[in-house]
Design a protein around this ligand. Structure first.
Ligand code: ADP
Length: 366
């Protein structure tokens, strides 16, 4: 390797963080402002445990970097995507402001250096499993740590991807739509921590891990333009449902939680993609899973069918089997991820887990 002259060697500062996925039970669907990403209604979600689903992002800055760059899941992506730029611009502005307000805790003027970002999702990207939420929450959290920015960051994450603001907190999180034109009051807020409702479980039935044909942004635009019912939902239904849902969560009332998510014993929802997300309670997990496997038999040689939290097998009664009038559909579900509510973004202490190497480029494994 060519050796750099001593005065040309610039230090690289790196930070690595992880952030969770969140799945809404009262959905965000439709924007009133496309640039600032302001929604037409408030929404509420459950943040999922990072032991099963997470984004990991390393951000590094150095005077030696020539330009900002980003690698996502091993491939270099366009750093000039407007939403990526909104987040970078805003965090650099906040870092500069902090410095000019007299805080000199960051010894380098890192906001004036170029930044390299490397991120991986340990679950399918752009398949309707909220990779944009975990991805942008992780990006914003990691950059804030790198640049020494503190305070309310859900407003910045929102400008990357709306639902990312909810991944900035763990547990049960609401995103208040806000009223101001500048979006300063369109922020996320924790309703209850993940420890509040210990029995709640989440099963993700992955039927396809493929990139979805219509992205959420385009889907929302079409709905806002063509559906008069969407406006009715936002204006007349969601405000009351938000209140009811917050009460259901505070009281750990699964019947009300499920009914508000949908009317069923277990509550299912779809997060802008084909994969179903099931909310249930710990005591129903084993039986419910057995029912799913009865009707969607796992593919032999299809790899591990149940990933995440273990569920012990049970035998279904003949009565239950015959009460569900449906023929088995082999290969209908590729695999299931079993998880639960979890905490918000966190810093990774171990430097060996950085995704960028000492040269500021992705390590071979990233
Ligand atoms: P999803 O249903 O997975 O959220 P979207 O189409 O709404 O799918 O969003 C996917 C987009 O989110 C990706 O194309 C990419 O731009 C962005 N994204 C996903 N993961 C990350 C990540 N780890 N870091 C930064 N951006 C990400």
């Amino acid at each position: 390797m060519r050796k750099m002259p001593e005065d040309k060697v610039h230090k690289i500062t790196s930070v690595t963080c992880t952030a969770p996925v969140n799945i809404a039970v009262i959905k965000y669907w439709g924007k009133r402002d496309e640039d600032l990403i302001l929604p037409i209604n408030s929404s509420l979600s459950v943040t999922l445990d990072q032991d099963q689903l997470k984004t990991t992002t390393t951000a590094a800055c150095s005077r030696s970097f020539k330009e900002d760059r980003i690698w996502l899941n091993g491939k270099e992506e366009d750093i000039n995507q407007p939403r990526l730029q909104s987040c970078l611009r805003e965090l650099r502005r906040l870092a500069r402001k902090r410095r000019s307000d007299g805080d000199s805790s960051t010894d380098v003027l890192s906001y004036s250096h170029k930044i390299h970002i490397c991120s991986v999702n340990n679950f399918p990207t752009a398949a309707g499993l909220a990779s944009s939420a975990a991805g942008y929450a992780c990006l914003v959290y990691t950059l804030s740590q790198l640049l020494g920015v503190e305070g309310e960051l859900s407003e910045v994450a929102r400008q990357g991807s709306g639902s990312a603001c909810r991944s900035m907190y763990g547990g049960f999180v609401q995103w208040r739509m806000g009223e101001q034109e500048d979006g300063k009051d369109s922020v996320a807020e924790q309703v209850e921590a993940e420890s509040h409702w210990q029995e709640l479980r989440v099963l993700i039935l992955v039927v396809s891990a493929e990139r979805k044909p219509v992205g959420s942004t385009a889907g929302m635009q079409t709905s806002v333009e063509t559906s008069p019912l969407l406006k009715h939902r936002a204006d007349s239904l969601v405000p009351g449902r938000m209140e009811d849902m917050i009460n259901a969560i505070r009281q750990c009332d699964f019947a009300a939680f499920g009914e508000l998510t949908m009317k069923a014993i277990v509550a299912y929802t779809f997060d802008a993609g084909p994969n179903a997300v099931i909310y249930t309670l710990q005591q129903h997990m084993a039986e419910f899973l057995q029912v799913v496997m009865q009707f969607f038999p796992p593919e032999t040689n299809g790899g591990q069918f149940l990933k995440g939290l273990p569920v012990s097998p049970v035998t279904l009664s003949e009565e239950l089997k015959s009460s569900i009038g449906m023929d088995p559909l082999p290969k209908g579900i590729r695999y299931i991820i079993s998880t639960k509510p979890g905490p918000g973004p966190r810093l990774v202490d171990d430097p060996s887990l950085h995704l960028l190497g000492p040269d500021g480029l992705p390590k071979k494994t990233a």
